[in-house]
Design a protein around this ligand. Sequence first.
Ligand code: GLU
Length: 361
Amino acid sequence: MPNVFCRLALALWIVATTATGAFAQSEPREVVVATRILPPLVIEQKGQLTGFSIDLWNAIAERLKIKTNYQPAPNVAALLDEVRSSRAALGIAAISITAAREIEFEFSQPMLNAGLQIMIRGSRDGGGNPLSDLLGLLFSWTTLLWLGMALLLLLVPAHIVWFLERRHSAGLVPVKSYIPGIFYAMYWSAATLATQAENQPRQWLARIVAVFWMFTGIVFVALYTAQLAATLTVQQIQGGINGPEDLVGRKVAATRGSTAAAVLRDLRAQVVEVERIDDAYRALNERDVDAVVFDSPVLLYYAANEGKGRVQMVGAPFRKEDYGIVFRPGDPLRRQVSATLLRLREEGVYQQIYDRWFTSR
Ligand code: GLU
């Protein structure tokens, strides 16, 4: 009899443990998800994460009964490091699926089509305004150099003319003494060089010098004009960034470890790598860099919101990339996530999330 009780108790215990086991399985499991702030994919608002990638992951996680513990990383390299070192089970933000990353990691089905695009300051003509162009030329090194040369040069005819004219009663120099007599002569010399003199010497030798000096003035003005025109042309040619080929040697900002930074190095641009994309926007607005090259969904969002009127996009994305959710190789969760992602697309949930973040409001 006690044997029967024993068996009954054992059977009950087995049923009970199996039941709790089954219950434990349907409990949401907690997963650490590495991410990174990058509006509009991942946005931090009052300590809460939101954005396209976050909404998408939350929808996937809800279906898979996963409780998420987000772990923000400072840049994409650090994010991948979190996954590599198993500190995070997976990563989602704006992670481009690349050949190099595919060797080390495994990606979900693509979650968004993206690509690299160029963003520059201001309006189409490069943001130049005529007044600042004029002031820039007036106080340029070119002008200073030519002024210095002119000052030195005009001393020669000024002295000759002063010497020859000082005794001439109705001449250019009304006083005999060197000072202030030389200043009259210098003023005449400067005005002639600029082809603007009001009167001319009376003494015949001084007149010959004057004629020679007038021709010097014509050549001087012609050379200076040519130099200014050349400077302006160079500025205009350099000012135009119309495509990736114009980025050679230019200062361009991108985030650290990003595909954009790698592409810019290949293009032989001077890459300024920043942690936060906001730092790239700031560098562009403060003229520390000539352009920002980065993921088009991120740049378009900035250009349509905070950067409206201050920045403009150059052309279409010049390199296509897709974003994916990143896993360590062999993780069975990847297939479940991919299947759920595809199901969300089929059911229209993906489109709703997409419209929330990418359709202009
Ligand atoms: N799509 C870029 C990449 O994967 C994003 C870089 C970033 O998060 O700053 O390289």
